[in-house]
Unconditional design. Structure first.
Length: 352
């Protein structure tokens, strides 16, 4: 017979003193931890700069960024002011060193393009908040186990603390404040919600009762403060999530529109299209192979009736671009051949 109570219980594999010592040792930012952070920042910067996901993942595995966060959150849960102070001081020091290292790299690097890897760490959504709080749960569960290396490594990769700081450094180095604030906010929500996960689980597992007497008034104030800060930090991520959702829906509708256009109007040789939002309005820019001789602007604008709330921008493919693209050049040849065939048929009809 299965005992369901034992199935979900979370036993402590280590005593409280051992767990406390491990968390306290992980807070300090010196010696090996300092150099590991600098090296991991360098690896992450190279990965983001060259669009290498393998390098970014490797950097996340070796970075020591989460120790001070977990230490401060654990100190808050057990009422240890010394631990809270140590965690916050070392956390700020880590941020300064990390951003300085990444900024120096991107100032020296000859490559300043915005890669897909950099792009992915400049926008944090509410899903990243949920991921961080789950990471905090997993981290603390790993700490109270005797063999925690695999769990902690997995949390480091899933919560991705180091790439956003590199993205912030890229923003400073290139004067791109959208990347700086986006990357820093991404890192901030990761840190905060990892701490929230640690705080909650340490109380559930009874560490608060072990280190101090239960104080309902103190606990209520702490819970209210954490809830208030969580709401403030969550608000921008909710807005970013909505914006991302709207862009995804716009892209989906645009894809369906282009499919319909290609089916119903094969005379339009569409070679590319892109969606964007400007001042609260949705736009779809469509580039056609046809030029103004074979297809007038009026004819293009006549196809706008299929979508009412998306503003269409029709444009002809630049001739220089056409000449450089083999596929486009082949299509142009086919169109020219068809035009000649049509002219020949007209001439024969006139003769007859």
């Amino acid at each position: 017979m299965i005992d369901f109570r034992k199935l979900f219980v979370l036993p402590k594999e280590e005593d409280e003193e051992t767990t406390f010592t491990e968390i306290q040792e992980g807070i300090f930012f010196r010696g090996h931890n300092l150099w590991l952070l600098v090296i991991s920042m360098g690896i992450a910067c190279v990965g983001l700069n060259t669009n290498s996901s393998a390098a970014v993942i490797g950097a996340m595995l070796i970075s020591p960024l989460m120790g001070p966060i977990v230490g401060a959150a654990f100190g808050l849960s057990i009422g240890n002011r010394h631990l809270i102070r140590l965690g916050i001081v070392n956390w700020i020091l880590m941020i300064v060193v990390a951003i300085f290292s990444s900024t120096m790299y991107f100032l020296i690097s000859p490559f300043h393009s915005e890669t897909a890897q950099l792009e992915s760490f400049k926008t944090a959504t509410i899903f990243d908040c949920f991921l961080a709080i789950l990471g905090g749960f997993a981290w603390f569960l790993g700490i109270v186990r005797k063999e925690a290396i695999k769990v902690i490594a997995g949390v480091a990769v899933s919560t991705a603390c180091i790439p956003p700081l590199c993205t912030a450094g890229f923003g400073i180095a290139n004067g791109n404040w959208e990347y700086f604030w986006g990357g820093f906010y991404y890192y901030l929500i990761n840190c905060f919600f990892i701490g929230v996960g640690t705080f909650i689980l340490s109380i559930i597992l009874g560490y608060q009762k072990y280190y101090l007497k239960k104080n309902k008034v103190r606990n209520l104030k702490t819970y209210l403060l954490i809830s208030l800060i969580s709401a403030v930090i969550l608000f921008p991520s909710i807005l970013l999530t909505k914006k991302k959702w709207d862009l995804e829906k716009l892209k989906e509708r645009s894809d369906n529109y282009i499919k319909s256009i290609k089916t119903n109007h094969p005379e339009l040789a569409i070679i590319k299209y892109e969606t964007f939002e400007d001042k609260g309005q949705n736009f779809l820019k469509v580039t056609v192979l046809n030029d103004s001789i074979t297809l007038s602007k009026k004819t293009l604008n006549d196809h706008d009736n299929m979508v009412k709330d998306i503003h269409l921008i029709w444009q002809y493919a630049p001739r220089q671009e056409n000449n450089q693209n083999p596929e486009v050049k082949n299509l142009q040849t086919q169109i020219s051949a068809l035009q000649e065939a049509i002219e020949q048929l007209k001439s024969q009809n006139n003769i007859n």
